[in-house]
Design a protein around this ligand. Sequence first.
Ligand code: AMP
Length: 458
Amino acid sequence: MQFKDLNLIDPLLRAVAAEGYTTPTPIQLQAIPYVLEGRDLLGCAQTGTGKTAAFALPILQRLVNNPRPRGNIRVLVLSPTRELATQIGDSFSTYGRHTNMKSTVIFGGVGQDAQVRAVRQGVEIVVAAPGRLLDLMGQGLIKLNNVEILVLDEADRMLDMGFIHDVRRIINVLPKQRQTLLFSATMPDDIQDLANSILIEPVKVEVTPQATTVEKIDQSIFFVEKKDKRNLLEHLLQDKAIKKVLVFTRTKHGANKVVEQLEQARIQAEAIHGNKSQTARERALANFRKGTTRVLVATDIAARGIDVEEITHIINYDLPNIPESYVHRIGRTARAGASGIAYSFCDSEERAFLRDIEKVIRMRVPVVTDHPYVSPLGVPSANAAPSRGNNAQPQRSNTSGYGNNGSGSQNAARPAPRPQQAQSQSRPATSETSGEGDAQKKRRRRRRSNNTSRTPQL
Ligand code: AMP
């Protein structure tokens, strides 16, 4: 099935072809026909599946096919983060470049004047983070009474970040007669309730990228002690095959520290997290995109929705305590069908997290036992490699240096752990808050302690 078989109009097909897309992704195949028909939609899909084009293309087509006087906001897309909003805005510009539909992006952390000016000049599509949008609505600077289509993107993340009341307040002022699309990577009860209250006879589409994405990624685990992580990172980065790498830390402080250390080792790196100004984050992302910065160090929330093509490697400098975050993280290197490489460091305090991750991804992550900073505690028995020891020479199995494709140093053939619930709906706990209130912080802390206690001990 090709894009042209989806009954898309020529200006959109040309834009898609210019992007180099040949075949639609599963979410696009499933969603586009229904969105074109005007149906409400509940999409269970995460970033990286091609979901932005799955809604942006048919929305643009509906706008083009039903012309209205200029100057009315006809589409509102709500996004939990500034980064995701920017990316969605870019996608509308890219896919809509041969149409005359205009879009703009609204988010906090920067001055409002340019955003207000863009709205005044007339746009059909507004992509917004809820806080700033409410702010502008309160000032009477933005009118949403002509919205025909509402998209809620990453709804579970909105909930997680404490935006759900803001979202409801915004929805309350929209025309009742509209098309509504809701996308969420997971469907906890709160999201299901929200969906039930705002969608009318929705079509449900679901793509499960978790297993497929994970399978495509060449994953390895390095048992290393905390004090040696820095050296191991520098050691790995000597590999020229690591061209564009996203390094994950658990905290903002940790991200800054890794950048400092890499700079001392003369490795160009930048950090991206919630304490950085919007301009600094955008600059870091732009440098990373164009390759000026080889290493981008990020926390989970800051990296959420980062859509940078050709990330060759992910390095989990810290293992996440929530297994789903691992899947989200490594998914950054396998965008829409590409394969990628993910290395994870695991110190003695993180071994329990690894067990949790392996249960969720339903596979054992192969262990590299021949790196120079192997933990003196050795490899846990459940992960023990059958043959090679720590003194073995590194085997370069592929361009990535350490990989699980054929390296005898690894333990790829170990049996998988017993699967847990396929898609646990626990929410990622993170130190990044991006505008959450005290109540949310308390809830998050409670959740974090619950999550920690459900982690099995090795
Ligand atoms: P998204 O899930 O919307 O964040 O998209 C993930 C990435 O896939 C983005 O870099 C898109 O440009 C890319 N993409 C979207 N649709 C396709 C497609 N049909 N073929 C190839 N790449 C795509």
